[in-house]
Write a protein that binds this ligand. Sequence first.
Ligand SMILES: [Fe+2]
Length: 363
Amino acid sequence: MSGINENVLMPASIRMLYDGMTIHDDIYDADSERLLVRAGNTLNADQIERMQRLNNGRDTIYVTGRTHKTMVSKRPNIDIDSIAEVEETTGYVEFKDTAMQVLEGIADKKDINQDALNTVASTISDRVVSTPPDVVMSLINSMAPVDEYLQRHSVNVGMLSGLIGQWMGLSKEQIDKLSLIGLLHDCGNTFMPPSVLTAPRKLTIAEYEVIKMHTVHTNELLASFPEDVRMAASSHHERVDGSGYPKSLFGGNIPLEARITAVSDTYDAMVSKRPYRAPHSPFNVLATIISLTPARYDTDVVNALKEHMPKELVNKTVTMSDGTIGIIREIDPDDIEFPRVELSRSVVKTSPALYCVSMYTDD
Ligand SMILES: [Fe+2]
């Protein structure tokens, strides 16, 4: 991480300490006042337990940038930040690989592998309802390589749609369907010219018209799927005010699954790093989606998002606009874009001058 002042104390999680970890600098308690362990110590399990006691069971400790780097880069066990390990243990890697194979199969002009898709969609759906929502959100919010965008986006939209379905109290059958639609919604993109899809600039009007055709291709590719799945997947760019495409459908004429997919698609696309722009923070994206509701997005869908998503982001680590690392402590429902973040020694209200750039992950 560049930009971190290695001498400044920053908050960290006590869960990031591990047996055998060498401490470069003194570590302080949750009030950043009491010394918990001196520089030069190599931690063992007893010392970690003692630190937990001295910290009165609180999770926050204060460390320097140098010690923090050790915590996140050398920690051997899966805990809160190692997204690669979370991806492995939750099955995400397998979902992503299957999505890539299916998309490559389509790009090669072969048929869609429906069996593989149905299996992975129902596994994603099972996993979404059985995995803590904050872990699902961490998978979606992680900073992924740009060249894996389409397969990750397909899986992420399937997962987020499933999560929103759950938050809205939909049936497991509907959640299964939402996961499948998420996986399929952008399959028409395999017909798009890569030079346009990955252009590191704003598209021309003509190029944008070409890109809009991916929904038509999705519709054609899904000819052998149930009509409701086909209709919902190809309608994910419709907007409730009729401003979307390809058919400029209004409100309730857009299937509910498509209104949910529209929100998941927008969310995941905006938090992702793209060739033409940096990622937006989840807080910025949530605020944007809320500001465009009820005009563009469905009110019930966005209300579910607004009610449930913020609490899954609390206590997560974020990278700040000045390069430091903080922990989300409080999100005001009326000002989601600027949460209160624990930074060195204090909790501050973020603002346009100092804001969250992205969720922090170590890889
Ligand atoms: Fe799309």
